[in-house]
Design a protein around this ligand. Structure first.
Ligand code: ADP
Length: 516
């Protein structure tokens, strides 16, 4: 027994709906085609009947005469003149004579020689009444050459209900110069039979079409949907722990393959962000563990081995340094996650980038001198951007401190700002150790430090978050950052920001300098 819930589920299914559409389509098509065919068949049969009767009518005019047998005979008779030895003529006349009626102008029926009254009585129903005949003849033109009313076409039924096509008209008797009313009938039974035959075929074909369409639709929809089921099953197997699984394509190059491909690409992106998240939490725990272990070490030293106040103080001092680093990491992480989740609102205003750069280059002169690195600035007149001062300062600071950090003594760091009406370009370049190509794509990732930068926790050691901040700040200001670096020669970070329209200096952008 199928339960109601199952029925509802099946009827909502794509397969059922596709099948229903097929069946409906077939039915509508069949009904439409049958309807059109029916109309066409009817028209053809009607035309054939009319044509046949018209032929009979034309022949009748040649063979039929209305005469009195004798001059004294009061009754006129319909007499058919034809050569009885001519089989063709005989066949035609006998065919015409089967159902006919001749009437005088007053509507009185004129019988033929060999017509018996019973025969006339049989077809009485299908011919016109005397009154009707009189009315129609009354309109006849006395001039036989002139156009006369008719032909009159009627479709009538006899007392048995059989249908007849009747053609009536006025025929002028050339001898007596009198109009006669003649009707020829033709049974429609054969045509009706053809039509009813067709109707039965139609009645039989439509339900079979419906059933056939349904079966075919069910089968085809099933075939078309099987891969969908496979895809769904494959998709179900994919979870957070096995995001590397992919749904196999069917190599059919169809819409479903396109869907599978799109799905796989989505999983790829998910896998990559999942991987990033995993990496991030590993990195965070690693980053936090290092200073925590160090603090624990310092405190244990203080507790178990320190004897003098000096030793205690040193242990405390070291522990405090590590705590500083810890809180620095936590603060930076918090800020970055706030920034990336859009919780950090930017306080944008029109900023003169030159001014900001001049201040920062001044601030960095002392550490630069201490490191034995020449720090130069190449700044144009005013150039404005729409930006958050704090973040723009953070961005320049990060770039300058990196440049100084990774440039050995005797090297050089330059900050250049150029502007055009549309954009402002800022370049921080150094002659430091550079970054090799394999690391370049990752330097903007969180906690990414080029191996060899030193992993031991020391105050100079970066957190690997500086460039993540730079990337976010640039993005938040609708700009872009590019890096160009060669190991051992130096690096160049180019940041392009949209210029803040009116007021900004219009200077030609300098051609990018060669590799530093
Ligand atoms: P960090 O705080 O460690 O400097 P960043 O995110 O600022 O972290 O930089 C990531 C890594 O990119 C650095 O560890 C360093 O290896 C590399 N890097 C950044 N700037 C430079 C530079 N100017 N020269 C050479 N290497 C650089």
């Amino acid at each position: 027994m199928i339960r109601r819930r199952d029925l509802r589920r099946i009827s909502r299914g794509l397969r059922f709906r596709l099948t229903a559409s097929y069946a409906l389509f077939f039915t509508v098509l069949l009904i439409g085609a049958s309807f059109l065919f029916g109309i066409r068949l009817n028209n053809t049969l009607q035309k054939e009947a009319h044509d046949a009767l018209t032929d009979h009518w034309d022949a009748m005019k040649g063979y039929l005469r209305i005469e009195k047998k004798h001059e004294i005979d009061p009754d006129e008779r319909a007499i058919w003149y034809y050569d009885e030895n001519d089989t063709e003529e005989t066949t035609i006349v006998l065919d015409i004579k089967k159902i006919y009626m001749v009437a005088a102008a007053d509507g009185k029926v004129i019988l033929g020689e060999d017509d018996n009254p019973a025969y006339s009585e049989a077809f009485k129903e299908i011919f016109d009444s005397a009154a009707n005949i009189r009315a129609r003849v009354a309109k006849a033109n006395p001039n036989p050459a002139a156009p006369n009313p008719g032909p009159f076409w009627d479709t009538r039924r006899d007392s048995d209900g059989d249908q007849f096509l009747v053609r009536s008209g006025i025929v002028w008797d050339q001898v007596h110069h009198r109009p006669y009313y003649v009707s020829l009938g033709s049974p429609m039974a054969q045509y009706a039979k053809i039509q009813s035959g067709f109707t039965w075929i139609f009645v039989g074909v439509v339900p079979s079409g419906l059933v056939l369409g349904g079966i075919l639709g069910w089968f085809m929809a099933g075939r078309a949907l099987t891969p969908v089921k496979d895809v769904a099953q494959a998709a179900q197997r994919i979870s957070g722990s096995n995001l590397s699984l992919r749904i196999p394509t069917r190599e059919a190059g169809d819409e479903l393959d396109y869907l599978i491909l799109t799905f796989n690409r989505m999983i790829e992106r998910l896998e990559s962000s999942f991987q990033q998240m995993k990496q991030f939490s590993t990195d965070v725990s690693h980053e936090l563990r290092t200073p925590i272990t160090a603090i624990r070490g310092q405190l244990e030293v203080a507790l178990f081995t320190a004897k003098t106040t000096e030793q205690y103080r040193e242990a405390m001092f070291n522990a405090l340094q590590d705590i500083d680093r810890l809180s620095q990491i936590v603060r930076a992480l918090l800020l970055l996650s706030q920034a990336e989740s859009g919780q950090l609102a930017l306080q944008k205003s029109r900023l003169n980038l030159r001014e900001v750069a001049v201040d920062l280059v001044d601030q960095f002169q002392i550490p630069a001198e201490a490191a034995g690195v020449r720090l130069e600035a190449d700044l144009p007149g005013e150039c404005f951007v729409e930006g958050d001062r704090v973040q723009i300062e953070r961005m320049i600071t990060n770039l300058l401190s990196n440049a100084l950090k990774f440039t050995p003594e005797g090297g050089q760091v330059r900050l250049r700002v150029m502007s055009s009406p549309e954009r402002v370009e800022m370049v921080v370049e150094d002659t430091g150790r550079g970054i090799s190509t394999e690391h370049l794509p990752h330097i903007f990732d969180r906690f990414y430090r080029v191996p060899g930068s030193g992993t031991a926790p020391n105050p100079e050691q970066g957190l690997g978050l500086g460039l993540s901040f730079v990337a976010w700040i640039v993005k938040a200001h609708h700009g872009k950052v590019e890096v160009d670096s060669a190991p051992g020669k130096g690096s160049r970070f180019t940041i392009t920001l949209p210029a803040a329209g009116v007021g900004s200096d219009t200077m030609e952008l300098a051609q990018p300098a060669g590799r530093p």
